[in-house]
Ligand binder design. Structure first.
Ligand code: SF4
Length: 226
């Protein structure tokens, strides 16, 4: 994707403001073209990468060829994990969930479960529904055999609230990702006046949203005292 094409227009986006706010899935970057570039790169004799990650200037799941890209990357680099960064917004779509099953690692984001914060922070396309995205992530997790690293990005005065922390804590327990990464802004965002949270706030969210995985054969335990 040359332009910034996304389902969100996040305050904090380091790629800049979204140019095309859309939910329309299309072959924005054809798999053949991208895989040909990757093959040229491999033929140049570079050391194998640690991972091949689909990300970029927008939402990669908007690309209808993302599954073909993942499978092609794995064919080119069989020993290298194929990963996808996603804002999770298209996971309510079964076709998108199916496409992402081809990834070894999925890094979805969920910054807030408070509706007003979601609107203010992620500035989603009007067709987006937070409850559906939440459920889409859970549905994806239920059928996914790979690793999931959930990302929560905090912006000061927007989604660093107790209400969000409580909702994310419960959600992370239900989702049980392999890892939760709580981050904040490290570079200027797309819009002025957007600030990082303090290390203390970040640490508090990290501590309280990290799930305590329960092995399937182990009886459910009482939740830790928050
Ligand atoms: S979802 Fe990602 S690419 Fe899209 S606007 Fe937000 S930060 Fe930028």
């Amino acid at each position: 994707m040359g332009a910034r094409i996304c389902t969100f227009d996040c305050l904090y986006c380091e790629a800049g403001a979204t140019e095309a706010l859309t939910t329309a899935r299309k072959p924005y970057v054809p798999a053949d073209r991208l895989l040909a570039e990757l093959a040229v790169w491999k033929a140049a004799g570079h050391a194998a990468p640690e991972a091949v990650t689909l990300g970029g200037l927008g939402e990669p799941c908007l690309n209808t060829e993302c599954e073909a890209i993942l499978r092609g990357a794995k064919a080119l680099f069989p020993a290298v994990p194929a990963a996808v960064l996603t804002n999770s917004s298209l996971l309510p779509d079964p076709d998108v969930r199916e496409a992402l099953f081809a990834a070894d690692i999925v890094l979805p984001s969920m910054d807030t479960l408070v509706e007003a914060e979601f609107s203010r922070l992620n500035r989603p396309h009007p067709d987006m529904r937070l409850a559906a995205i939440r459920q889409g992530l859970l549905d994806f997790r239920a059928g996914y055999a790979g690793r999931m690293f959930l990302e929560i990005l905090l912006v000061a005065g927007v989604n660093d609230t107790e209400e969000n922390l409580a909702l994310l804590r419960d959600f992370c327990r239900e989702l049980a990702p392999d890892r939760v990464d709580v981050t904040t802004m490290s570079r200027p965002g797309a819009y002025p006046g957007v600030r990082a949270v303090s290390p203390a706030v970040r640490a508090r969210f990290r501590r309280r949203s990290t799930p305590c995985p329960v092995p399937p054969s182990t009886p459910a335990m009482a939740p830790p005292p928050f």
